[in-house]
Design a protein around this ligand. Structure first.
Ligand code: FES
Length: 108
């Protein structure tokens, strides 16, 4: 599978501990989190009922809690805190010229 890095938002928009929403041209919706200078990019849809994860809050530093039904996910692994087979999709990132680039499969 081929991958490409897609340009998204300026990294300066992120505040430590606050989720930021971004929709790609493909329609995929992402949430970004910056925690202790580590950047996380995830699918914005909660695996439970698809609600937006960027509205969630952080508990135990790197654990994101969905605001709708309180499911929790470790942002370091993407895995939920209660079942290893329930997880959020994470994306690799890199920052260039102040912008976040997200690694995505090439759409054909
Ligand atoms: S939609 Fe996230 S916990 Fe229910």
């Amino acid at each position: 599978m081929e991958f490409e890095y897609i340009k998204t938002i300026e990294v300066s928009r992120l505040t430590d501990g606050e989720g930021v929403y971004h929709k790609l041209e493909s329609g995929r919706e992402l949430a970004f989190f910056l925690i202790d200078e580590i950047l996380y990019a995830i699918d914005n849809k909660c695996p439970h009922m698809g609600m937006p994860l960027h509205e969630g809050s952080l508990v135990d530093k790197h654990v994101l809690m969905c605001r709708y039904h309180q499911w929790k996910f470790d942002l370091k692994t993407g895995i939920s805190t209660f079942a290893p087979n329930i997880y959020i999709k994470k994306y690799e990132t890199r920052v260039e010229d102040g912008f976040i680039f997200v690694k995505m499969p090439v759409m054909s």
